[in-house]
Ligand binder design. Structure first.
Ligand code: UGA
Length: 436
């Protein structure tokens, strides 16, 4: 099938390349010329395992191209909208500027029968409004939310755990759902759940899923706060409750909390939308989820300050990690970098290392010292804090080896990812998050 993907950021670039990898002819369209130039060369503008390979394969096969020219969308059967919906600069709601601009630019190129498939994360009620705007074109709007995780984005796009299609009523909706089934043919053929529903439900599936995940993380972080005053160990607590299949162990990783381009802004946009709908109290708990999450960054900073007996002056602190999570170079709302910046604000000399995210971090926070080599970064540290659980820092860092490099054997495990006993045995003073 011929497809267009409007917006070539994280979501759009991966979607375009993944769709080409399953046999479609795809054009990716974005207003950002430098992004299009690098994608056209087969270069991913961000770190995502597996993406460079499918980008260059797609381009070499002739099935995948990128352009800034919206006219190239002419003739595609399905047009995916994958532009960003960041948090508004002056509020909690989602900024819909890019979605509206993409729809305006696309409308002149639509033919009757075309499908416009919205993938951006939007406030519930958006799709119904967009469908009205598209009515005169004869195109059909479907809402097809995306559930990809950074670091696993290619796999999550080609082989998702579910597909959701919000469609209009009647034959038009049934036809649109069939076309989406054809788009996602390999996943559909292997029996991936394909949920056909109305617009509002499809929009809500996305924000509800992210709100649930954020709540789960903040729940275990709230338990970490209780563990801290009772001497309990939150990681054992998570293991024990996680054995209950109704609860499950995943996303019960206590630490410095969630960040990134999705969970924080999505829960805020959800509360803002619920308030507009007169149902603010229904998701009022998400404000608490947000507050717990932000408190954990503060806690990690406090652990470092306490470990250094309150004296941060001329202290060298090495921060292991900058990305908001491993397998990503994304620093949007990164708890890791937030902790580094706060430590620097307290007067310490802060050195940050990360396998992938240093170039992004240095652009946004030039006041920090960045060192690519992990061991070089550790040299002379008075305290070390792990804030992104890259393999290089969890199993990959031998506490005996690290002890030879630092000036002071103080380690704060902001992700509860280290073997506390092994670090203590190597002479380190170990502090976890909600662990004795
Ligand atoms: C999230 C969702 O997991 C995806 O399903 C969704 O499609 C995506 O947002 C989106 O809306 O586009 P992502 O932002 O890539 O994906 O990251 P997650 O893997 O969800 O991690 C989010 C944050 O939670 C990270 O900072 C991570 O370190 C933190 N986290 C995760 C914890 O603190 N504890 C955990 O147990 C798990």
């Amino acid at each position: 099938m011929k497809l267009s993907v409007i917006g070539c950021g994280y979501l759009g670039a991966v979607h375009a390349a993944a769709m080409a990898s399953i046999g479609h002819e795809v054009v990716g369209i974005d207003v950002d010329e430098s992004k299009i130039a690098s994608l056209s060369q087969g270069e991913a503008p961000f770190f995502e395992p597996g993406l460079p390979e499918i980008l260059s394969d797609g381009i070499a096969s002739g099935r995948l191209s990128f352009t800034t020219d919206m006219a190239q969308a002419d003739g595609a059967e399905v047009h995916f909208i994958g532009v960003g919906t960041p948090q508004q600069k002056d509020g909690y709601a989602a900024d819909m500027t890019y979605v509206n601009a993409a729809i305006d630019a696309l409308i002149p190129h639509l033919r009757p029968g075309d499908i416009v498939a919205g993938k951006s994360t939007v406030p519930v009620g958006t799709a119904a409004g967009l469908a009205e705007r598209l009515a005169s074109t004869g195109a059909t709007l479907v809402w097809n939310p995306e559930f990809l995780r950074e670091g696993f984005a290619v796999k999550d796009t080609v082989d998702p755990d579910r597909l959701v299609a919000g469609v209009p009523l009647g034959d038009e909706g049934a036809r649109a759902a069939d076309i989406l089934r054809e788009v996602y043919h390999p996943a559909v053929a292997k029996g991936t759940p394909f949920i056909v529903t109305d617009y509002a439900t499809a929009e809500l599936v996305k924000v509800a899923a992210n709100a649930f995940l954020a709540t789960k993380i903040s729940f275990i972080n709230a338990m970490a706060e209780i563990a801290e005053v009772t001497g309990a160990d939150v990681t054992q607590l998570a293991d024990a409750i996680g054995h209950d299949a109704r609860i499950g162990r995943r996303f019960l990783g206590a630490g410095i909390g969630f960040g990134g381009g999705c969970l924080p802004k999505d829960i805020r946009a959800f509360t803002a939308r619920a308030e507009e709908l007169g149902r603010g109290e229904s998701v009022g708990f998400l404000r608490e989820v947000d507050a717990i999450n932000l408190r954990r960054r503060e806690r990690a900073v406090q652990l470092v300050v306490d470990a250094l007996h309150g004296d941060m002056f001329k202290k060298n602190i090495t921060v292991l990690g900058a990305a908001f999570k491993p397998h990503s170079d994304d620093i949007r709302d990164s708890p890791a970098l937030d902790v580094a910046v706060r430590l620097r604000g307290l007067g310490a000399w802060v050195t940050v290392t990360d396998p992938e995210a240093l170039h992004n971090a240095a652009r946004v926070h030039p006041q920090l010292n960045y060192v690519e080599d992990r061991d070089e970064a550790l040299r002379g540290a008075d305290a070390v804090i792990v804030v992104t659980e890259w393999d290089e820092y969890r199993g990959g860092l031998d506490p005996e080896h690290a002890a030879q490099l630092v000036a002071g054997r103080v380690i704060v495990d902001g992700r509860n990812c280290l073997d506390a006993a092994a670090w203590r045995a190597a002479g380190w003073t170990y502090y976890g998050m909600g662990r004795p």
